[in-house]
Write a protein that binds this ligand. Sequence first.
Ligand code: CUA
Length: 350
Amino acid sequence: MNELLNNILFLPEQASTFAERVDSLHIFVVTVTMLSSFAVGTAALYFFFRYRRRTPEQLTEYVIPSVKTEFLFVSLPLIFFLTWFVIGFRDFVFVTTPPKDAMDVYVMGKQWMWKFAYPEGPNGVNVLHVPANRPVRLLITSRDVLHSFFVPAFRIKMDAVPGRYTQTWFEATKPGTYQILCTEYCGLSHSKMLGEVVVLSPEEWDAWLKEQRRGDLANRQDALADLSLAPQPARMAEQGQKVAAEVGCFKCHTVNGEPHIGPTFLGLYGRQSTLQDGGAIRADEAYITQSMMDPGAHLVTGYANAMPTFQGKLTGPQTAAIVEYIKTLRTPDIRTTGASQGPVYEPIQQ
Ligand code: CUA
């Protein structure tokens, strides 16, 4: 039944755990409204003949419907609308709450292509490789103008906003290739801003990752050195540390847990802080990015509004790299056992 209706409505195939939820609600709404309009239309047509004016003197009776009828005609549609709202709200919560174990991929839209970066190293342009049956969280931004990341087969769509990270997630259910579209008019080649998601089986995924790593190594100048001694492929966190040093983050932020002009980076990711306006905030990717682009937006208590904006000074990938770098600076035992182990992330030698 679902499949038949999907075909009638020309819906793309369902390839994520979210797709079926969206489609069931869609089909529920479409079926009920279509049947109701059919009933209203048929009744109107019937009345048109049944109660037509037979003589010029005939007058229409003045009808007052009973309270029961009124009640029925108000409550019945209301029940349907409220049911749809509840289902829709449940689905909204589902799609806005990525599972904790989701794999992260950074997505950047620019005129007119999509770029993907994985925290472990590989990058991609217009082709996003993901494993099947594993939740993937997308952290989306733009380098220039507004774009919108849309994968019809997954039923997910999210704005790409310059200087900000938005997020969405999906879990692909079957291997295959699915189209990515941009659904926000972004200039001349907006309609050509296409890409594809390649969903791989777990074995193919592992093989792909390995191949990417090897490719990365081959590109490095020191690849000729003994392979066992060759450095790991450049990770986003390493790039982030470099960029942070270059643009001067460490003039105000320490990485050893000591507060300076700004809060320390150590343990920053995921930290719950009190704001000067009385609110509270948990430092996630979106908040850390906002703090770089619009530092005065949410000031943490105890710190002055002293940070300059990096809007336009840092590119999307640089911002993502700094966020990944901060994410590696965790405090495993320092606060619980008192044993000072320093950051988990080993600073690279330059
Ligand atoms: Cu990018 Cu439209």
